[in-house]
Design a protein around this ligand. Structure first.
Ligand code: ADP
Ligand code: MG
Length: 1078
C-alpha cells in the first residue's frame, strides 16, 4: 500500500500571502496591508522568495519552542508557513549537504530585532546540528559568548533597550558532518563616545550598571567602587533603571557566561578592574591654575580618585598626574612639552576612558575567539551571521552615524548585487531567458563616501593629515568644494545654488541622501573622532601600569617601539574592515533576514504604517519583489507542482506514471493556460503571473471540494448500502428467531391448558372416590365406636366395685412418696457447707413442703452446730461459756461490749510467776490466779489515776503496787456487793464493798481497764461459783460511790472531745466526779 504522506505547503491556510511575490497587484499599499494583516494575526514572518521579512512583535510569541524546531527540521522552505527557522534550516542543510558556505545577513533599523534574529538562527542551528559532549560544549561556548558581548557592547538607547553598539559578524565553523567545531567573531567599531557621554534617555553600556548592582560588597570594596550610580559622572542617571531588566541578575549571568566561555577567574577580575578604572576616571576633575608666564595650566581638584585609580591599575600616581597636565610632542629627535589647560585635560581624560574601554572590548572579542576557535586544522564549512547596527537617523548625527550608515549602504549594495546575481544564476541554471528590470542601485552613494580620491572618508583623512590648522569647518569647506555636484550630497555652503535657501540645513552640517533616507550630519567632532587621538603621555603612562591587562592594551606606549608615523584614522580602519567583510560575504551563499520595526514605542500590537512604509522603501523591498518577479513571479520544482495540482486533470489523476515534467505539461495543456504565462525550466516550472498561480489554487480548491463531495458521495452510498445489507440480514435472523419463539409459546400454552383440564378431571374423579371411601370408613368407625362403648359400659358395670374404694388414696400416696423421694435425693446433692454461719439453704421445690423444708433447715443447722461444738476441747468450752456469760450480761447494755467479742479472754495478762520482780507477791498467794492485770486506779480525791496490779483469785481480790509488787489491799469476794459501770464505750468501773467490812474502810474502788468486760464477767462467775450468789452489776451513766464518809456521784458525759479519744476523769466538786467519754 502506498505510504500516506501529508504534503503541506506555504500556500495552505495563508493569511494574506506568505510570499510577497504572490502579491497582486503589487504596490506599496498592498505590500504594507499584507504585512499588517499578517502582523495582526501573529504572523511576523513573510517571504520575498527566499528572503525573510521579520516584523518585531515586541512580545514573546510561542513560535520558538523545541516542537517548532522539530516541525521545521528537514522540511522544504515552502512547505510550512514562513519562519526564521525555515531559512536557518535551508542554510544549514545547504551547508551540510551541498558544501556551500553560508552567510546570514540581518539588516534593519536599530530595534528592529536583528540581534534577536541572530540569536534565533544560532539557537536553531545549535538545536539541529550534531550532539555529543564535545559538540555540546562548543555549542554552549558559542551561545554563551552572546551575553558577554552584549553586557560590554550593548546599551539602552531611545530606540532599543538592548541596542548593540557594535557590529558583529560571527563565523560558525562546521566539520564535514555538519557538527560545529568553533567560531570566529569580528567586531566593528564600538560606539565608544557613549562611555563618556550619553544622549538624553539613554544609558552607558550595560556592564557598568550590572557591576554596580550585581557585585558583592566584597568585590565592590576590592574595586574601590560604591553601589550608588549617582557617584559616577559617566553614568547617566535619568534612565539608570530599565523596565523589565534586572541588572544584578544579568551580572550573574554574564559572570557565569564568562566562565563557560573559558575566562579564568583572574582574567574576569582584571576585566572588571578596567571597567572600574574607566568609571572612576570620569570622576577626576580639573581646575584652572595660572602660571606666571601667562600659560594656562590645570590641576586635579581632588587627588583621592586618582590615587585609587592608580592603586587599582598599578600606575605610578605622579606619572598619571603628569600625563594629565602635560603633552609631549616628539618630532625629529626633538621633544616639546606643553601644559594642558582645563579643557584639554578633560579631553585627555575622556580620550583615555574611551580608549581604555574600546580596547578592552576588542580584547574581550579576541579572548572569546581564542576560546571558541576550532581545534582542528581540517577543512571547515562556514556559516556567517552578520548582526550589524542598523541604519540610524538621530536628531544630532555625528561621525558614528555616518560610519554606521555607510556600512548599511554597503550591505544594501551587496544585497542588491547578490540577489540579482542569484536570480540571474537561477535563470541560467534553469535555462530561462533573462529579462532586465530597473531598480535603484546605491553604488553611487557608496562611491560618494568611500571613493579613494574624492570620497568623503578620503577627504576627511586628507584633512586630518594636513599640516596647519585643521578644524571641522575646514573639513566641511573641503567637502563643499569637492562634492558639491554630487547628486546625493547636500550642503548650504556648496556652490550649488539648490540649497542656498534651504533653512532646514544648518551651516555647520552636510546632508547625504542615503538609500534609506536623507541624513543630516553635524560636522562637529568629525576630525577629532577620525583622528581618535590619545596623547602619547597617556598611552605611555598606561603602558607603565602594573596591571598586565592594561599594559597589554597600550602596546604603543612602549618607548622602545616609538613610532612617529600616525596610526590609521578611524574612518580608514573602518573602511578597510568593511571591505574585508564584503569580500568575505561575496564568497558565501547569502540568506537575508530583513527586520522591520512596527512602531517607535517598543510596544506590542502597534503597526505604524508610515514608519513601516519608510523602512520598506529604504530597504528596497518592493524592488526586491520586482527583481524576484522579473519575468516570472513564481517557480516551483516539478514534483511538488504535479503533486499539488494533479487532481485538476483526468490524465494525471489520481496517478501519473511518467516523469513529473511531462505530467505538468499535460496538466497545463489540459487547463488551457496561455503559453506565455509559464516557462519550463530544467527542474522547475516558472509562472509569470501570480494570477495564474491563484487561478490554479482556486481551481484546486474547487476541485478539492468536488473531490471531497465525490468521496463523500461514494462513501455515503457505500455506507448506506452496507447498512441496508446488514439490516436485511438482521431482519431475517430476527424473523426466524421470532417465529420460533412464537410457536414455542403457543405450544407451551396448549400443553399447559391440556394439563389443567386433565388435572381438573382427575381431581374430580379422585374426590368422588374419596368421598365414597370416607363414607365407608365412617360407617366402619361408627360401628367400632358403638361396640367399644358397649363393651366399656359392660366392663365398668362389672369392675366398679373394685375401683372406687382404694385406687385414689393409693395413687395419691404413691405420688407423694415419689415426690418426697425425689426431694430428698435432690436435697442430698444441694447441701450447704458445714460452717454454722453459712446462711445458704436451697429454695423449696413444692409449696406443700414449706414447713418440712424450714424444719429440715433448722435441724441441719442444729446438727452442724453440734458438729462444730463437738470439736471443742474443755478449755475452749470454758472460754465459750465465759463469752456466753459476757454476752448475757452486757449485750445491748454496754457500748463497749461489741469490741470485746473478738478479744480472747486471757485472764492472766501479767505473768507473775515469770517475773522475779513479783516473787514476793507470788509467794503471798497460794490460790489459783484468775485475773492478773494492770489497771488504773482512779484517785477519788482528784480523779487522777495510778497503775495497780489487779489480781483475782478464787476467794480474794488483790491490788498490788505495779513496781514493787507489794500488796496494797486485799478484799475477800464475799465483801464485794456490786459492780457499777456506764453504758458507754469506756473502761471505768466501780467495785462497791459491803458496808462495815474491813476492806470498806477506805471506801469503794474506782478503776479503769481495757478489759472491763472480761474482768466483770470473771468477777461475776467467780463470785457465783464461790458464794452461790449473783453479783449485782449496775449499768448506769450516773452512780454513787462510797468515799470514806461521803458519797460521790460519778457522772458520764458524752461528746467531750477535748482529750481526743481517751476518756478523762475530773473531780468537779466534793460530790461530783465527771468522766468525759468521747
Ligand atoms: N522575534 C522576536 N520576538 C519577540 N521580541 C522580539 C523579537 N525580536 C525583537 N524583539 C524585541 O525587540 C527588542 C529589540 O530587538 P534587537 O534584536 O535588540 O534589535 P536590534 O538588534 O535590531 O537593534 C528586543 O529586546 C526584544 O524585546
Ligand atoms: Mg542589536
Amino acid at each position: 500500500m502506498a505510504k500516506m504522506e501529508v504534503k503541506t505547503s506555504l500556500l495552505d491556510n495563508m493569511i494574506g500571502v506568505g510570499d510577497m511575490v504572490l502579491l497582486e497587484p503589487l504596490n506599496e499599499e498592498t505590500f504594507i496591508n499584507n504585512l499588517k494583516k499578517r502582523f495582526d494575526h501573529n504572523e511576523i514572518y513573510t517571504y520575498i522568495g527566499s528572503v525573510v521579512i521579520s516584523v518585531n512583535p515586541y512580545r514573546s510569541l510561542p513560535i520558538y519552542s523545541p516542537e517548532k524546531v522539530e516541525d521545521y527540521r528537514n522540511r522544504n522552505f515552502y512547505e510550512l508557513s514562513p519562519h526564521i527557522f525555515a531559512l536557518s534550516d535551508e542554510a544549514y542543510r545547504s551547508l551540510r549537504d551541498q558544501d556551500k558556505d553560508q552567510c546570514i545577513l540581518i539588516t534593519g533599523e536599530s530595534g528592529a530585532g536583528k540581534t534577536e534574529a541572530s540569536k534565533l538562527v544560532m539557537s536553531y542551528v545549535a538545536a539541529v546540528c550534531g550532539k555529543g559532549a564535545e559538540v555540546n560544549q562548543v555549542k554552549e561556548q558559542l551561545l554563551q559568548s552572546n551575553p558577554v558581548l552584549e553586557a560590554f557592547g550593548n546599551a539602552k538607547t531611545v530606540r532599543n533597550d538592548n541596542s548593540s553598539r557594535f557590529g558583529k559578524y560571527m563565523d560558525i565553523e562546521f566539520d564535514f558532518k555538519g557538527d560545529p567545531l568553533g567560531g570566529v567573531i569580528s567586531n566593528y567599531l564600538l560606539e565608544k563616545s557613549r562611555v563618556v557621554k550619553q544622549p538624553r534617555g539613554e544609558r552607558n553600556f550595560h556592564v557598568f550598571y550590572q557591576l554596580l548592582s550585581g557585585a558583592s560588597e566584597e568585590l565592590l570594596n576590592k574595586l574601590k567602587l560604591e553601589r550608588d550610580f549617582s557617584r559616577y559622572n559617566y553614568l547617566s542617571l535619568d534612565s539608570a533603571k530599565v523596565n523589565g531588566v534586572d541588572d544584578a541578575a544579568n551580572f550573574r549571568t554574564v559572570r557565569n557566561a564568562m566562565q563557560i566561555v573559558g575566562f579564568m577567574d583572574h582574567e574576569a577580575e582584571s576585566v572588571l578592574e578596567v571597567v572600574a578604572a574607566v568609571l572612576k576616571l570620569g570622576n577626576i576633575e580639573f581646575k584652572p591654575e595660572s602660571r606666571v608666564n601667562g600659560l594656562d595650566e590645570s590641576k586635579i581638584k581632588d587627588k583621592n580618585e586618582l590615587k585609587e585609580i592608580c592603586e587599582l591599575t598599578g600606575i605610578d600616581q605622579s606619572v598619571l598626574e603628569r600625563a594629565f597636565s602635560f603633552r609631549t610632542v616628539e618630532a625629529k629627535q626633538e621633544k616639546v612639552s606643553t601644559t594642558l589647560n582645563v579643557a584639554q585635560a578633560y579631553y585627555a581624560r575622556d580620550a583615555l576612558a574611551k580608549n581604555l574601554y574600546s580596547r578592552l572590548f576588542s580584547w574581550l572579542v579576541n579572548r572569546i575567539n581564542e576560546s571558541i576557535k576550532a581545534q582542528t586544522k581540517v577543512r571547515k564549512k562556514v556559516m556567517g551571521v552578520l548582526d550589524i547596527y542598523g541604519f540610524e537617523i538621530f536628531e544630532d548625527n555625528s561621525f558614528e552615524q555616518f560610519i554606521i550608515n555607510y556600512c548599511n549602504e554597503k550591505l544594501q549594495q551587496i544585497f542588491i548585487e547578490l540577489t540579482l546575481k542569484e536570480e540571474q544564476e537561477e535563470y541560467i541554471r534553469e535555462d530561462i531567458e533573462w529579462t532586465h528590470i530597473d531598480y535603484f542601485n546605491n553604488a553611487i552613494i557608496c562611491d560618494l563616501i568611500e571613493n579613494n580620491t574624492n570620497g568623503i572618508l578620503a577627504m576627511l583623512d586628507e584633512e586630518c593629515l594636513r599640516p596647519g590648522t585643521v578644524t571641522d569647518e575646514t573639513f566641511l569647506e573641503k567637502l563643499n568644494q569637492v562634492c558639491a555636484t554630487h547628486q546625493h550630497f547636500e550642503s548650504r555652503m556648496s556652490k550649488c545654488s539648490r540649497f542656498l535657501n534651504d533653512t532646514s540645513l544648518p551651516h555647520s552640517c552636510f546632508r547625504i541622501q542615503h538609500y534609506a533616507g536623507k541624513v543630516l550630519y553635524q560636522v562637529e567632532g568629525f576630525v577629532d573622532k577620525n583622528n581618535d587621538l590619545l596623547y602619547r603621555d597617556l598611552s605611555q603612562a598606561m603602558w607603565k601600569a602594573g596591571h598586565t591587562l592594561i599594559k597589554s592594551l597600550f602596546p604603543e606606549g612602549n618607548p622602545a617601539k616609538i613610532n612617529l608615523k600616525r596610526p590609521p584614522t578611524a574612518g580608514s580602519q573602518f573602511k578597510a574592515s568593511v571591505a574585508t567583510l564584503m569580500k568575505n560575504l561575496q564568497t558565501k551563499n547569502p540568506n537575508y533576514i530583513r527586520c522591520i520595526k512596527p512602531n517607535d514605542k517598543k510596544a506590542a500590537h502597534i503597526f505604524n504604517e508610515a514608519l513601516v512604509c519608510h523602512q520598506i522603501r529604504y530597504l528596497g523591498l518592493l524592488e526586491n519583489v520586482r527583481v524576484r518577479r522579473a519575468g516570472y513571479a513564481f517557480r516551483q520544482a516539478y514534483e511538488p507542482c504535479l503533486e499539488r495540482y494533479k487532481m485538476l486533470c483526468k490524465q494525471t489523476w489520481p496517478h501519473w506514471k511518467g516523469p513529473a515534467r511531462a505530467g505538468v505539461e499535460v496538466l497545463f495543456n489540459e487547463l488551457e493556460i496561455p503559453v506565455e504565462e509559464y516557462s519550463f525550466g530544467r527542474s522547475k516550472i516558472f509562472i509569470r503571473n501570480p494570477r495564474t498561480l491563484f487561478k490554479l489554487e482556486d481551481l484546486r480548491k474547487q476541485r478539492l471540494e468536488d473531490l471531497a463531495t465525490l468521496i463523500q458521495k461514494i462513501y455515503r452510498g457505500w455506507k448506506c448500502r452496507t447498512h441496508f445489507l446488514l439490516m436485511r440480514k438482521s431482519q431475517i435472523v430476527i424473523a426466524a428467531w421470532y417465529r420460533r419463539y412464537a410457536q414455542q409459546k403457543r405450544y407451551q400454552q396448549i400443553k399447559s391448558s391440556a394439563l389443567v383440564i386433565q388435572s381438573y378431571i382427575r381431581g374430580w374423579k379422585a374426590r368422588k372416590i374419596l368421598r365414597e371411601l370416607k363414607h365407608q370408613k365412617r360407617c366402619e368407625e361408627a360401628a367400632t365406636t358403638i361396640a367399644a362403648y358397649w363393651h366399656g359400659t359392660q366392663v365398668r358395670r362389672e369392675y366398679r366395685k373394685f375401683f372406687r374404694a382404694n385406687a385414689g388414696k393409693k395413687i395419691y400416696e404413691f405420688t407423694i412418696q415419689r415426690i418426697m423421694q425425689k426431694y430428698f435425693l435432690e436435697m442430698k446433692n444441694k447441701m450447704p457447707s458445714l460452717s454454722p454461719i453459712d446462711k445458704n439453704w436451697p429454695s423449696r421445690p413444692y409449696l406443700f413442703l414449706d414447713s418440712t423444708h424450714k424444719e429440715l433447715k433448722r435441724i441441719f443447722h442444729l446438727w452442724r452446730c453440734k458438729k462444730y461444738r463437738d470439736q471443742f476441747t474443755d478449755q475452749q468450752k470454758l472460754i465459750y461459756e465465759e463469752k456466753l456469760e459476757a454476752s448475757e450480761l452486757f449485750k445491748d447494755k454496754k457500748a463497749l461490749y461489741p469490741s470485746s467479742v473478738g478479744q480472747p479472754f486471757q485472764g492472766a495478762y501479767l505473768e507473775i510467776n515469770k517475773n522475779p520482780k513479783y516473787k514476793k507477791l507470788q509467794d503471798a498467794i497460794e490460790e489459783k490466779i484468775i485475773i492478773a492485770e494492770v489497771v488504773n486506779k482512779i484517785n477519788r480525791a482528784n480523779g487522777k489515776s495510778t497503775s495497780r496490779i489487779f489480781l483475782l483469785t478464787n476467794n480474794n481480790l488483790l491490788l498490788a503496787d505495779q513496781k514493787s509488787g507489794q500488796i496494797k489491799s486485799e478484799v475477800p469476794l464475799v465483801d464485794v456487793t456490786k459492780v457499777s459501770m456506764s453504758s458507754q464505750n469506756d473502761g471505768f468501773f466501780a467495785i462497791h464493798l459491803k458496808e462495815g467490812s474491813e476492806a470498806a474502810s477506805k471506801g469503794d474502788f474506782l478503776f479503769s481497764s481495757d478489759h472491763l468486760i472480761e474482768m466483770a464477767t470473771k468477777l461475776y462467775r467467780t463470785t457465783l461459783s464461790q458464794t452461790k450468789q449473783k453479783l449485782n452489776i449496775e449499768i448506769s451513766d450516773e452512780f454513787l460511790v462510797q468515799f470514806r464518809q461521803d458519797k460521790v456521784c460519778v457522772k458520764f458525759i458524752q461528746g467531750n472531745q477535748k482529750n481526743g479519744s481517751v476518756p478523762t476523769c475530773k473531780r468537779k466538786n466534793n460530790r461530783l466526779l465527771e468522766v468525759a467519754v468521747p
